[in-house]
Ligand binder design. Structure first.
Ligand code: ACO
Length: 319
């Protein structure tokens, strides 16, 4: 028994917000600074009150339509998010309610920007075990809620959005290999070190990052885990048709491709128009490249995540 992606969908809230729009809103920055250091030109930002489960719902409906399934056909719903609607219940249960599914296994995965590759790997293992047959795997984030809009070094980097895939049991392999890692020793370089206690927010509820430490760490582990995942599938990185790394920063993508000796025209890039959407970035990029027909049936696509924790991982797929 294998698992295979049979439907893909994504959703971006509102209009694109440019770097100049951010400067006009009072952030002391410029298009030149942001685009030269990160490649980011636009991002989408959710309206007040628009939540991760709302964005997930739109992306999920599109993925279900692509798979030709109804929500009632699902027996597993996994949402990767670091910006859940509530402390509990899980965003997966809220999404399940909005979709009108009753009884499927539903839970969230917290692995920050690696969340989608973690969730997809978990779904693959559930399906291969024979316990489940039709999974919805979603990455959905409203990072705009946890940004300190007075910290120009972080607030310009992120955006909101959601991406979803339907994964079904199949006799043909679709998910070819997976690899997941974490090292909590690096928790301090990227975190939201706050919590709620006794009715008060304690600690710091905003995203904090040591940008240069994150940069170096991300490039090293993205190249290493790509090698590991390819080795597990018995191929070399040169055999990959498309690389879809977590869309953090164009310079991280370029450095990763260089280490893997892959030309940039094999790398799917959306960070210029989406910013960093954390767990949503990989399925958003996958959806775009399938819809514009760059990705064709039978090609090998390596999905990669890296994020707070630190966590990192890769999933090699064939559509
Ligand atoms: N606009 C204008 N100036 C700015 C801005 C801004 N938005 N942000 C910072 N600056 C200024 C700083 O104040 C500083 O000024 P100073 O020299 O007068 O003190 C100067 O620019 C340089 O600041 P640095 O923080 O040293 O800038 P750096 O060159 O390291 O670039 C960046 C910062 C882009 C974040 C870089 O470290 C990076 O790309 N890191 C990767 C981290 C990343 O992408 N994280 C995403 C989340 S992690 C993940 O998804 C895995």
């Amino acid at each position: 028994m294998f698992s295979r992606i049979t439907g893909i969908g994504s959703f971006l809230p509102g209009e694109a917000v440019s770097n100049d729009d951010l400067a006009r809103r009072g952030i002391e920055t410029s298009d030149q600074w942001i685009s030269s250091r990160t490649g980011i030109r636009f991002r989408h930002l959710a309206e007040n009150g628009e939540t991760s489960s709302d964005l997930a719902l739109e992306a999920s409906r599109r993925a279900l339509a692509g798979a030709g399934l109804a929500a009632s056909d699902l027996d597993l719903i996994i949402v990767a998010t670091s910006t859940p609607d509530y402390i509990f219940p899980s965003t997966a249960c809220l999404l399940q309610s909005k979709l009108g599914n009753h009884g499927a296994t539903a839970f969230d995965v917290q692995a920050v920007c690696s969340g989608f590759v973690y969730a997809l790997t978990i779904a693959d293992k559930f399906i291969r075990s024979g316990s489940h047959r039709r999974a919805l795997v979603v990455g959905s984030e409203v990072f705009s809620r946890i940004l300190d809009w007075s910290d120009r070094a972080t607030c310009v980097l992120f955006g909101d959005g959601a991406g979803a895939v339907v994964v079904e049991a199949s006799e043909q392999p679709g998910i070819l290999a997976t690899a997941l890692h974490a090292d909590g020793a690096h928790h301090g370089i990227l975190s939201v070190p706050g919590s709620v206690c006794g009715g008060q927010v304690t600690g710091d509820p905003f995203l904090r990052m040591d940008g240069q430490a994150v940069f170096k760490f991300a490039v090293r582990v993205l190249a290493e885990v790509a090698e590991e995942c390819c080795r597990a599938a018995g191929i070399s990185p040169a055999d990959i048709d498309w690389l879809i790394p977590h869309q953090a920063n164009i310079r991280i993508l370029e450095a990763t491709a260089k280490r893997m000796k892959l030309p940039m025209d094999k790398v799917i890039v959306t960070v210029d128009r989406h910013g960093n959407t954390s767990a949503a970035s990989v399925p958003l990029a996958l959806d775009e490249a399938v819809r514009d027909r760059r990705i064709q049936a039978g090609q090998k696509i390596l999905l990669e995540g890296v994020g707070g924790g630190f966590t990192w991982g890769a999933v090699l797929i064939e559509l």
